[in-house]
Design a binder for this molecule. Structure first.
Ligand code: UDP
Length: 259
């Protein structure tokens, strides 16, 4: 089967992390999986939610919010407003929060709340996987900044986490589906994994179709391969986060000019 842009079945879309796009956040990243682009920003507050205090639960907390900007979709999507968030957004933000908390030692974070905001600038399939992946990069950078400022002594982020989609389309297992592939797919899976290859979450569903354990194994193998390359790109981005240069804005310009 021929994929859009001549992609091989096991090939990710071009992956890019444009850093420091929202400088008032503790750390921010524009996470790009091809034409899917999500602004992931991490803000660290020196307080914990009231319920933690009341219930006497030690340590910090991490919470995530997700929204699609109105112009991120092909047809304008009504803006999520307070109290009127759609069910899909709630489901996705809870997934992002769980994914990130799975690699955090919240006790080591101390009395802090980490706010993770994922806002979809452009949606072309896989916005939740681009959100988790970019948010993990922003989280790692934010924590490194706190350590550099002497506000934290131990690193509460135990390892990296990232996510990718896989699916079955016309009988073939594919990695990192774009919108058109996702729309036509018989099976759609979102896999969240740590950098050590452990699963954090597996969301898989047959859309008016079914799948065998053999097919599931094929899709999981593709996801594992994708996660390995995503992890390498995350590490590279985290390492260049505080390198003083205008490189990111240049790479942003180049990135957009090539598409
Ligand atoms: N989508 C859209 N409007 C919506 C929801 C989804 O245009 O209200 C598109 C968008 O391109 C999205 C894709 O459908 O990326 C797949 O959506 P899904 O719910 O599977 O989540 P995602 O793949 O983005 O994590």
């Amino acid at each position: 089967m021929e994929r859009l842009h001549q992609r091989a079945y096991d090939q990710m879309r071009p992956l890019e992390f444009v850093l420091n796009v929202a400088p008032n956040a503790t750390a921010s990243v524009l996470s790009c999986f091809g034409n899917t682009r999500v602004i992931c920003a991490v803000t660290i507050e020196n307080a914990v939610p009231r319920w933690k205090k009341i219930q006497n639960v030690p340590g910090g907390w991490l919470t995530a919010e997700y929204a699609m900007l109105p112009y991120s979709t092909l047809d304008r999507k009504k803006r999520d407003s307070a109290g009127k968030q759609d069910g899909r957004s709630v489901e996705i933000q809870r997934l992002i929060g769980r994914a990130l908390r799975s690699v955090m030692d919240l006790d080591a974070l101390g009395e802090r709340t980490i706010w993770v905001d994922c806002d979809v600038l452009q949606a072309d399939g896989g916005t939740r996987t681009a959100s988790i992946t970019g948010a993990a990069v922003a989280l790692a950078i934010a924590i490194n900044r706190l350590i550099a400022r002497g506000e934290l002594t131990t690193n509460p982020m135990k390892k990296l986490v990232s996510a990718v989609s896989v699916g079955k389309l016309q009988g073939e297992a594919l990695l990192d589906l774009c919108y058109v592939e996702d729309r036509d797919a018989d099976v759609d899976m979102n896999i969240v994994m740590t950098e050590s290859g452990e699963y954090v979450e597996v969301q898989g569903s047959g859309e008016e179709a079914v799948f065998t354990s053999e097919e599931m194994a094929q899709m999981l193998a593709l996801a594992t391969k994708g996660i390995a390359s995503i992890t390498a790109a995350q590490k590279e981005a985290i390492a260049r986060a505080d390198a003083p240069s205008a490189e990111d804005f240049n790479s942003l310009r180049d990135f957009f000019q090539t598409r």
